[in-house]
Each structure stands twice: as C-alpha cells, then as structure tokens.
Design a protein around this ligand. Structure first.
Ligand code: GRF
Length: 193
C-alpha cells in the first residue's frame, strides 16, 4: 500500500478504447472528497470511442492517438502523461497492449481490469469461453500491469455466479456492474489518503 501524505491526490490517466463505463465509475469515484486519485487525462487509441464523451461531460482533457505506428503513438502518450505528471495509469477497456519499454519507463503504477477470475481466461472473448467451458463462476480482476498479458500481481477479485441459461451478453452485463465497484476499491487498496 502507498500511503499519501496530506491531501495530495495521485494524478491519474484512464486509457480507454470503447464504451467507457469503467471510466465513468472511476471519474465519479475520483470526484469524492476522500478519493486518493484525481483524473487529469483520458487517453484513447480510438477516435470513435463512446467513452470520450465523459471527458466532455466531466471536463477532463481527452487525447486520442493514432496507433498506425505503435511506437510513435506510445512516445506521444508518454510525453503527454509526463507533462501532466501522471503517476497512475488505469487501463479500462484499452484494447492495445503497452510495450515493455513503455511499462519499464513509466515511473508510477499501471493497473488494469479484466472480466474474468485471473489467471483463468486471459485475453479476449472471455465470457463466451467461460460459458462454453461450463464454468459455475466467473468474475472480474484488478491487477498490476506487467509485460505479460493479464498476468501482473492481482489486487482484488470479485466472483460472480453464472445462472442457468446465461449468455455471454448477460454475463458481461452482470460482471460489468461488479467491475464498477471493484476498480475504485482496488485503487483504495493501493493508495490511501
Ligand atoms: C470491461 O469489461 C473491462 O473489464 C474490459 O473491457 C470492458 C470495458 O468496458 N477490459 P467499458 O469500456 O469500461 O464499459
């Protein structure tokens, strides 16, 4: 756990590619008085990401980077987060894998949320694979990011029961509700005021 002194909040950037419902829940969490983080920047690789609207709604700056050339995109992102003195990156449905170099050079914490009970079901198409395998439970995990996909140290997990007749869509919906609770909890566990 990183103990913070006084009321200095950790400057955070959230990386998204799509809907941004986790982004929204993180913004609402950061706006609470006793939250240890302040969200200063939203980063995306997708100009059409729906979640970018939350930047406008909550008046947080948005930056979208063209990922045609990953190494150039990462260099630009790096300089942006350095400029804003970002010390925490929260990946929230960000569909690009950060390079080893980026992870090594960033002097702060990088967290990710994944919709399964890691180490099970890393990668994409999680819910369908869980259902096809006849699992009784699934869930979500917040973990530190390292250079291997969905493999960093686990911070918190929430288990969700799979109902009879569950579909990938209904399971995704159920788990997403828990993700919105779990991500702020995990941040509180890592950083405390
Ligand atoms: C979430 O299920 C998250 O766990 C996964 O991608 C999804 C993003 O959803 N990595 P949203 O964009 O936060 O609504």
């Amino acid at each position: 756990m990183v103990r913070l002194t006084g009321l200095k909040k950790i400057k955070c950037s959230v990386f998204i590619s799509g809907t941004g419902s986790n982004l929204k829940s993180l913004i609402q969490f950061s706006n609470k008085k006793n939250s240890p983080i302040s969200i200063e920047l939203i980063i995306s690789d997708n100009f059409n990401a729906k979640g970018l609207k939350f930047g406008k709604i909550y008046k947080i700056s948005n930056k979208v980077f063209n990922y045609k050339n990953k190494s150039i995109a990462e260099k630009r992102i790096f300089s942006e987060i350095k400029k804003k003195k970002i010390k925490l990156i929260c990946l929230a449905g960000f569909m690009k894998i950060l390079s080893k170099k980026f992870i090594k050079n960033f002097k702060g914490e990088i967290l990710n949320i994944h919709p399964s009970l890691l180490p099970k079901y890393k990668g994409l198409n999680t819910h369908q694979r869980v259902i096809s395998n006849g699992e009784k439970y699934s869930g979500c995990t917040v973990h530190f990011v390292n250079s291997r996909l969905d493999s960093g140290k686990i911070i918190l997990q929430k288990k969700v029961k799979i109902s009879k007749g569950e579909t990938a869509k209904s399971l995704a919906k159920k788990i997403l509700i828990q993700e919105h609770i779990l991500y702020p909890k995990a941040i509180k566990k890592v950083f405390s005021l």
